[in-house]
Design a binder for this molecule. Sequence first.
Ligand SMILES: Cc1cc2nc3c(=O)[nH]c(=O)nc-3n(C[C@H](O)[C@H](O)[C@H](O)COP(=O)(O)O)c2cc1C
Length: 197
Amino acid sequence: MSLPLLQIITGSTRPGRAGAAVASWFADHARTHGGFEVELVDLAEVDLPMFDEPNHPMTGNYVNEHTRRWSARVSRAQAYVLVTPEYNNGYPAVLKNALDYLNREWRHKAVGFVSYGGVSAGTRATGQLKQVVTTLRMVPVQDAVHIPFIAQHIGEDGTFQATDAVVASAKKLLDELLLVGTALLPLHAPVTPDDGS
Ligand SMILES: Cc1cc2nc3c(=O)[nH]c(=O)nc-3n(C[C@H](O)[C@H](O)[C@H](O)COP(=O)(O)O)c2cc1C
């Protein structure tokens, strides 16, 4: 049987961001973990405009090609990890925009969080994101990676240097995501336009 696909979504897009290094580090861990097929999804590359669909995403009735592409990509995954910084006590607008574009594609799928920031380690961004993902009927796992003082953990070569505690939290997150994500598999349904809510 093939492994479930885990998409690791990089939630910051600005030049010089720490997010790319954190996401790349976590993807390496996820591949080593062995429970998932792993795909990095960089929202800077996905490059969605601000939400511009006329219909509620719940209908799956999309008029824009960029939305159809985003829908097809997200639909492929069985679980997600959102890699999020903390911006002004919350999460980046680009991440909310990417979530808002779709609806049933996310539904009943497990989601975990890798957050980073200053002293708060992105925990406030994560708390707010949980409200959003449960509204989309995603199932957040409690185990998470929270990285404080992110700037101190980016090496001269631009890679993320994890502490032992952070490495341990990544393993727990992946174990839990596999457990919950596998249990949810029977609930996943393909998204077709206009088949209700
Ligand atoms: C606009 C902005 C707002 C920020 N607000 C917070 C904040 O509220 N709490 C925090 O811990 N760090 C905050 N930071 C620091 C970021 O968490 C840190 O710069 C991080 O590297 C940003 O992620 P990125 O490099 O992937 O963009 C803020 C940074 C920016 C650019």
